[in-house]
Unconditional design. Sequence first.
Length: 116
Amino acid sequence: QVQLVESGGGLVQAGGSLRLSCAASGRTFSTNGMGWFRQAPGKEREFVAAMSWSGGSPYYADSVKGRFTISSDNAKNTVYLQMNSLKPEDTAVYYCNKNPPLRAYWGQGTQVTVSS
């Protein structure tokens, strides 16, 4: 059973930066195809960014392109999301999962709050 634990969220002013981490534990795990998702209050969970399944370039939602960067450290079974130039509309709970997501992999998420 794979367990994903997100961390690194917090309160930041608009224009600031945060780096989120997603650590995987359990059976042998590959960071290929890992992604980040977020859910703002009253909204559906949405895709943010994902690693390629085949080792190609990552891809991003238009709303975060140029501001967020996804990366991974396979030796640590960890995926990161570097978030720069944060905006109040980035406020949400952020989750990691495979892309497309697997129901069993959803964790507790980490709260990101961006103040204006």
